[in-house]
Every structure is written in structure tokens, then in C-alpha cells.
Design a protein around this ligand. Structure first.
Ligand SMILES: Nc1nc2cc(Br)ccc2s1
Length: 247
């Protein structure tokens, strides 16, 4: 997978050089290209923003630098078309399902904005011939879209074949389609069996895999009911067995 990111703070993406994503890049699973938006300005101050038409607070990012930058990124592979992802509090929710959809894309182009956002004509221009998604990572406002891109690149990158290795199946993730869809993961434990007078739940030491699976599902249901009751309400009743309903 190729990922392009255009930003006025490309240094925000240094974390993509380390850990899981960094290793995926070293192994050629992920090909990340960072671009400084100001490279497509032509004035001495490298201006990327201006006052909003119609008045109002803040500044809006000018269309020209973005248009020239996106055109040059698209020219990197004229035969292909990236899916453009615009982080914004006004977008559709970023979910595990959308992360899985993005993980199947050969090429993503992220356009994190600052200020009040990008002149709306930019995505109207590209939306006429490319998939352009406005995506929110949550109901809060950041100072810019860069952190949102880091979140999405990690959530997508870890799903790519070979990134997590055999130790971990993404099928067991919270929110993953299937048994864990709309369920939060329950508690986890490791050695020592007793820590500060606290014991590991007996069932987990029993070696009885069926009972362990049942206990883990019960704990996932309990945690979901406590922390995200709306997810429980959205569960397909068909996916609940008679034991689940007893809880
Ligand atoms: N939650 C989010 N806040 C922001 C702020 C800006 Br400015 C750009 C993108 C996003 S996504």
C-alpha cells in the first residue's frame, strides 16, 4: 500500500518511522510519502491561508497550494487513483470497518488541514473524479488533522497482511466483524498468577478452552454494557446465544 500525506507539518509524522508502521515500511509492506504543502506556494512568505469569504473567525487554507500539491501527487502514478481522506470533525466516523476498507485500498492520500479547513472547492474539484472521504476520529476538535492521520494510518497499517505477524489475529480485535463486532474486549492477565494479593481469575488457569472462551465473551458483554451500552443495543439479536441473553 502507498500512502501520501500533504501537510504544513510533515515533521508530525516522525512516529511513522518507528514500531509497527516503521517496520512495515522497512519491509516494503507500506510505502509512505510525506509532502510539505508550502513547497507549492510561490510567495516569499509561503502563504497557505487567507481570511474566510463571508467573514467569521479564523483563516481558511487557500485552494491553489492544495490543488498544485494534489495534482503533483496524482502525477506520481497517472494510471492509478488514490482514495483521498480528509480528516475533519465534520466527517463520517472513522471505525474499524472503515479501517478495514482502507486497508484494502492500494493508495491513500491524506490531506490534513489546519485553521478552519481547506477551501471547499478543492475537494469538490477532486471529488468529481476520485473517492474523497471526509472522516472524523471523534467528537472533539484538534488544532489540525495531522494527529487524526496518525491515528488512521496506525489503525489501517496494522491490518495489512504481515504487519502484526502470526502472534495476533486482527479477527479478535474489538469491533472486528464477526464474534467481536460491536463488543469491547474484556480484561487481560499475565504472570505472576498472584500480584499484590490479587489473583488471576481461576478459569483462565483451568486450561478448559471452551469455558475460557465463554468467560471472555461474558466479560466482553459486561464491559460493553458498562462502557458502551449503545453498542450492545446495536448488536444483532441473532448473534446472541441463550447464555448471552442470561447476562
Ligand atoms: N477531530 C478533528 N479536529 C480537527 C481539526 C482540524 Br483544524 C482538522 C482536522 C481535524 S479532525
Amino acid at each position: 500500500m502507498r500512502i501520501d500525506i500533504i501537510s504544513i507539518f510533515p515533521e508530525y509524522f516522525a512516529p511513522l518511522d518507528v514500531s509497527l508502521i516503521g517496520k512495515a515500511r522497512e519491509r516494503g509492506i507500506l510505502d509512505v510519502h510525506l509532502h510539505q504543502l508550502r513547497d507549492w506556494t510561490h510567495d516569499v512568505h509561503h502563504t497557505v491561508d487567507d481570511t474566510p469569504y463571508g467573514g467569521g473567525p479564523g483563516m481558511v487554507m487557500k485552494p491553489d497550494p492544495w490543488g498544485e500539491a494534489i495534482d503533483d501527487v496524482l502525477a506520481a502514478d497517472p494510471a492509478a487513483r488514490p482514495r483521498i481522506v480528509v480528516p475533519t470533525p465534520s466527517g463520517v466516523p472513522f471505525t474499524q470497518k472503515l479501517a478495514m476498507e482502507y486497508a484494502a485500498e492500494p493508495w491513500l492520500l491524506f490531506t490534513p488541514a489546519r485553521y478552519e479547513g481547506i477551501d471547499s472547492r478543492v475537494m469538490a474539484e477532486y471529488g468529481s473524479r476520485l473517492r474523497v472521504d471526509e472522516v472524523s476520529i471523534g467528537d472533539y476538535v484538534l488544532a489540525g488533522g495531522e494527529v487524526a492521520v496518525l491515528v488512521m494510518v496506525e489503525a489501517v497499517g496494522r491490518l495489512l497482511p504481515g504487519v502484526l505477524g502470526n502472534a495476533r489475529s486482527v479477527a479478535d480485535d474489538s469491533f472486528a466483524p464477526g464474534a467481536m463486532e460491536n463488543l469491547l474486549e474484556g480484561p487481560v492477565y499475565t504472570k505472576p498468577p498472584r500480584w499484590r494479593e490479587r489473583e488471576v481469575p481461576e478459569i483462565l488457569l483451568s486450561g478448559h478452552h471452551g469455558k475460557i472462551a465463554r468467560w471472555r465473551r461474558d466479560e466482553a458483554l459486561r464491559r460493553t454494557a458498562k462502557n458502551r451500552p449503545e453498542l450492545l443495543a446495536a448488536l444483532d439479536p441473532q448473534s446472541l446465544d441463550k447464555h448471552d441473553r442470561r447476562l
